[in-house]
Design a protein around this ligand. Structure first.
Ligand code: MN
Length: 257
């Protein structure tokens, strides 16, 4: 099996090393990742300058092929699938991200966006995130579970247009409560910009964002992770709200000039 690995924390992040090492027993791991941190890049693409893919040595000796790209996670996966990785990989896996990607976070996440680029090309894709921003957060539970989850999910035929968004608590394996298949939760970010003054007395703003959980149901991604479970959410690339199609049609399609 050929596995394409990417992330949004940059190729030097400890998360992508942990993920690559965890997946090596499954096959050939090829890393194509941003050359610096591009967290919260979402689906952005680089159009204003050329992309360069530098072949680089990787911390994990079993990884024979690693490229550092001066672009976003979406750039990396698109470039990998179109030009760098032939034949095409069997699966695209991103992460493991430093910090959870839950609820509305999935719209901003470069980790999730990178995995979606695989989905857009019809390749099964998985995004992994660790529910901690700590520099030395506990990756041992994630190390234990990532390969098992990928292996298990690959046993079933891929559903088109779906990726699995997986969030793992930063806990040792024995403290992880189990696996929950969840819905995307609902949070609201409150007034969350710190306003400060620079040395010249001009104001600047820095996002700090403490989310307030709106939906506290136990089957949501955010509550599952807070309760010590691994959260697995199948999410769709197709955003059309089927339930509103009919009512929107009857509201608008009868309008005439
Ligand atoms: Mn990140």
């Amino acid at each position: 099996m050929r596995i394409l690995v990417s992330n949004d924390d940059g190729i030097q992040a400890r998360g992508i090393a942990a993920l690559s090492e965890a997946l090596l027993p499954l096959g050939e791991v090829i890393v194509v990742a941003p050359n610096r941190e591009r967290s919260a890049a979402s689906h952005s693409l680089t159009l204003e300058h050329p992309l360069r893919a530098a072949l680089v040595p990787f911390f994990i000796p079993g990884v024979k092929l690693a490229f550092a790209v001066n672009g976003t996670p979406s750039d990396c996966v698109k470039l990998a699938l179109s030009s760098l990785v032939k034949p095409a990989p069997d699966i695209v896996v991103t992460g493991i991200n430093r910090g959870a990607n839950l609820a509305v976070d999935v719209f901003y996440s470069g980790t999730v966006a990178g995995a979606f680029e695989g989905v857009f090309q019809g390749i099964p894709s998985i995004a992994f995130s660790l529910a901690s921003y700590e520099e030395q957060a506990d990756l041992s539970g994630a190390r234990f579970w990532m390969r098992r989850l990928v292996e298990r999910l690959l046993q079933f035929p891929a559903v088109p247009n779906i990726l699995f968004n997986i969030n793992i608590p930063a806990l040792p394996p024995e403290q992880i409560q189990g696996i929950k298949v969840t819905r995307q939760g609902k949070v609201r970010y409150g007034d969350s910009y710190d306003r400060r003054d620079d040395p010249h007395g001009r104001p600047y703003y820095w996002l700090k964002g403490e989310p307030e959980i709106i939906d506290k149901a136990p089957d949501t991604d955010i509550v599952a992770v807070q309760s010590g479970f691994i959260s697995v959410t199948p999410i769709r690339a197709e955003l059309t709200d089927d339930a509103s199609l009919k009512s929107t049609r009857s509201l608008l399609e009868g309008l005439s000039r």
